[in-house]
Design a binder for this molecule. Sequence first.
Ligand code: ADP
Length: 259
Amino acid sequence: MRAAVEIKELSYRFPGRPTPALDRLSFRVEPGECVAILGPNGAGKSTLLLHLNGLLPEKFGDAPQLWIDGEPVTPANLAQIRRKVGLLFQDPEDQLISATVFEDVAFGPCQLGIDGPSLESLVKDCLERVGLPGFEAREPHRLSHGEKRRVCLAGVLACEPAVLVLDEPTSDLDPRGRREFKALLQRLPGAKLMATHDLELAVDLCPRSLILDGGKLVAQGDTLQLLADEKLMLAHGLERPHSLLHRHPHGPAYQLHRL
Ligand code: ADP
């Protein structure tokens, strides 16, 4: 089967930096799979996400190292790749650029040539999907942080991406906002790749995790088993979440994640 994301020996160094931000990364994400990218600050998580829709590198090499839904990420097909990959930035302020929520959600589909009544009903539908019905005329800068994040997600969903890429999707949300946003993500179809420090989020949504450190993929596998490995966690600046203390890797919660 075609992978939703396939990465082979991907390396990247920011100009002027002595060490690579990504160091020979290889992995696959299957269609419909939800994968967490874990690791300490500076591990390369955001840099990796920016590669997934071609925002990095500045200059492409000769051979592709990244494929989305079977398509290589190359300068020639960046438009196609960006249609397939919906990227949700860590800070919604970086993504909200318009005077109204409608314009913000409509921005992506407009670029894809959708307009008129189809655009209106698409925006309405996406706002309903993220739990913000009737928000079209609201001003994005006057919304709460959680609402801003949902508007960004509506804008991403409006482009019907095959792969959803999320950078710290629950940071800065209060406990209720986090719970609601998590439930929302859980309902979305398609492959999802999320960089996060929220290990509870990884446990609840992502059966599989990758751990990055120093730009390298240092471990990957079943999320509960990785997080239960205290030595591995401590070696890479992570902590076993409290919710795991009472879960055995082969207990009921673990079985639930395998469904
Ligand atoms: P993470 O998302 O895991 O915190 P990043 O991908 O942001 O890590 O950073 C990986 C490495 O690349 C770090 O050493 C960071 O300092 C460096 N880096 C990130 N962005 C830039 C940039 N724009 N210019 C130079 N170095 C950068």
